[in-house]
Design a protein around this ligand. Structure first.
Ligand code: GSH
Length: 211
C-alpha cells in the first residue's frame, strides 16, 4: 500500500486535509512545514508544491496539491470509506458542485470580505458573483441538508464546505446563521473531526515552540 504523507502546518488549510485523513481511516504520516522558518519557500518544499503553499499530499509517487482536490482524490482513491459519490451515481453532479463551490465561490467570497477592494468589480466579472448570494445559496443548502450536504451520507464535500464555514464564522467573516451553526455543529461532533482537532492542537504547540 503506497504511503500517504501530509505536508502540514497547524493551523492552516492543511487542517482540512488532516480532518479528511482522519475520516478516511487509512494510516498516514505528517511532515510538518514551518512557515516561520520559511520552509514552504525552500527548494526542497517547492519541488513538491511550486506554489509554496500547504497542504500537499504525497501518495506513493503521486503528489496532489489544493485542499479540495486532495479531498476529492482521497475520497475516490479509497471508495471503501464511502466519502465520495462514485461516477455513475446521479448524485455525483451535486457532490462535485459542492467540492468545487468551496475553492471557487466560498473561499474567494470570504477573502473579498476580509480584504475588500476599493472599487468592487462588477458581479458578472467575478466567478463567485457576490458575497450575499454565496452565503444565501449555502444557507439554503445547509437548511435543506438532511444531516449532510449529500443527505445522510457524509462526504468529502462536507469536509471542504464545512471547513470553510467553520473558519469563516470563527473569524466573523460569515454570519452565524442558525442553519450554519446547526450544520457545522453536526460536523464538529464527528469523532474524526475531534481527533484531527486534538492532534492539531498538539502539533500547533510543537510548531510554536520550534518556531
Ligand atoms: N489554494 C490553496 C491555498 C493554500 C494556502 O493558501 N495555504 C496557506 C496556508 S492556510 C499557505 O500555504 N500560506 C503560505 C504562503 O503563502 O506563504 C488550497 O486550497 O490548498
Amino acid at each position: 500500500m503506497p504511503q500517504l504523507t501530509l505536508y502540514h502546518a497547524a493551523p492552516s488549510r492543511s487542517s482540512i486535509v488532516h480532518w479528511m485523513l482522519e475520516e478516511l481511516g487509512e494510516p498516514y504520516d505528517i511532515h510538518l512545514v514551518s512557515f516561520k522558518r520559511g520552509e514552504n519557500r525552500q527548494p526542497e518544499y517547492l519541488a513538491i508544491n511550486p506554489m509554496g503553499k500547504l497542504p500537499a499530499l504525497k501518495h506513493g509517487d503521486a503528489v496532489i496539491t489544493e485542499a479540495a482536490a486532495i479531498c476529492c482524490y482521497l475520497a475516490d482513491e479509497f471508495p471503501q470509506a464511502r466519502l465520495n459519490v462514485p461516477v455513475g451515481d446521479p448524485r455525483r453532479g451535486p457532490y462535485l458542485k459542492w467540492l468545487f463551490f468551496g475553492p471557487s465561490c466560498l473561499e474567494p467570497a470570504v477573502s473579498e470580505r476580509a480584504f475588500p477592494r476599493k472599487e468592487p468589480p462588477a458581479r458578472s466579472a467575478l466567478g463567485f458573483g457576490d458575497f450575499d448570494t454565496v452565503i444565501n445559496v449555502l444557507a439554503e443548502a445547509a437548511a435543506a441538508s438532511d444531516t449532510y450536504l449529500m443527505g445522510r451520507q457524509f462526504t468529502a464535500a462536507d469536509v471542504v464546505i464545512g471547513s470553510g464555514l467553520r473558519w469563516g464564522m470563527m473569524f466573523k467573516l460569515i454570519p452565524e446563521r442558525p442553519e450554519f451553526a446547526a450544520y457545522v455543529g453536526r460536523l464538529n461532533e464527528r469523532p474524526a473531526f475531534k481527533r484531527a482537532a486534538e492532534k492539531d492542537a498538539k502539533l500547533r504547540a510543537v510548531q510554536e515552540k520550534e518556531g
